[in-house]
Design a protein around this ligand. Structure first.
Ligand code: ADP
Ligand code: MG
Ligand code: MG
Length: 251
């Protein structure tokens, strides 16, 4: 599903190498977590995969199936099935949530050469998905994220993910200050959307989030590389001992 090989990334503005050879393979149907100390490059990895400006790939590759992600524009990556949860969801006054979701879904269908979804089909689908995520129908009518609580924004983000049916979901929760309730929402959303044809990359420094998600593989990132991979027990080791032991072990 996602195959990253020897990825090296530097900042465009200054001569600073941030990713120094990331190798990562996420198979369809699996959930991978990335943990790691602050500043190790976790968010940079998700930004580079989504196609954000300001970064230069100096070496390596990132493939989504047989597509070279690094050759695609951000919207083409999204149309190809890559979803990046926004860490800081934007508020869009004057645009109803339902309208926003419909525009996003149809833009994606168009980019894939598919027909627009009819208003009736869309309504049916969005209601069904919202209900499955315990989202109030009233929230669908409000302007996007305006006045939403932290938990409502999280729910809305998961709803966007559910509506876009991505192949590969990347969630960067590192700096978002998730409280326990929001953490549970993210975990429930991920678990509800787990499926054979879909991969997840969950970036977090909250071991507790991984208690609820139960990833298949946990990676530790440090200084721009993945330095150790293992099962969920790796997250528990981090919770108990911090990163120091792991980092001195791999040094
Ligand atoms: P993490 O998400 O693991 O905390 P980041 O990817 O946010 O790490 O950052 C990795 C390193 O790159 C940090 O040292 C950070 O300060 C630096 N960095 C990332 N983006 C920028 C930027 N736009 N300008 C300057 N430094 C940056
Ligand atoms: Mg950080
Ligand atoms: Mg980060």
């Amino acid at each position: 599903m996602l195959e990253i090989r020897n990825l090296h990334v530097k900042l465009e503005e200054e001569d600073k190498q941030i990713l120094k050879g990331v190798d990562l393979t996420v198979d369809a149907g699996t959930v991978h977590a990335i943990m790691g100390p602050n500043g190790s490059g976790k968010s940079t990895l998700s930004y580079v995969l989504s196609g954000r400006d300001g970064y230069e790939v100096t070496e390596g590759s990132a493939m989504l199936g047989d597509l070279d992600l690094l050759e695609l524009e951000p919207e083409e990556r999204a149309a190809a099935g890559l979803f990046l949860a926004f860490q800081y969801p934007v508020e869009i006054p004057g645009v109803g949530n339902m309208t926003f979701l419909r525009t996003a879904v149809n833009a994606q269908r168009k980019a894939r050469g598919e027909e627009e979804m009819s208003a009736a089909d869309f309504l049916k689908l969005v209601r069904e998905r919202a209900r499955a995520l315990k989202i109030d129908a009233e929230m669908l009518k409000r302007p996007v994220n305006v006045g939403f609580s932290g938990g409502e924004k999280k729910r809305n983000e998961i709803l966007q993910m559910a509506m876009l049916e991505p192949k590969m979901c990347i969630l960067d929760e590192t700096d978002s200050g998730l409280d326990v309730d929001a953490m549970k929402l993210v975990a429930e959303g991920v678990n509800a959307l787990r499926s054979e044809g879909r991969g997840f990359l969950v970036i977090t420094h909250y071991q507790r989030l991984l208690d609820h998600i139960k990833p298949d593989v946990v990676h530790i990132m440090a200084d721009g590389r993945i330095v150790k991979s293992g099962g969920p027990e790796l997250a528990i080791e981090v919770e108990h001992n911090g990163y120091t032991d792991i980092l001195s072990e791999v040094a």
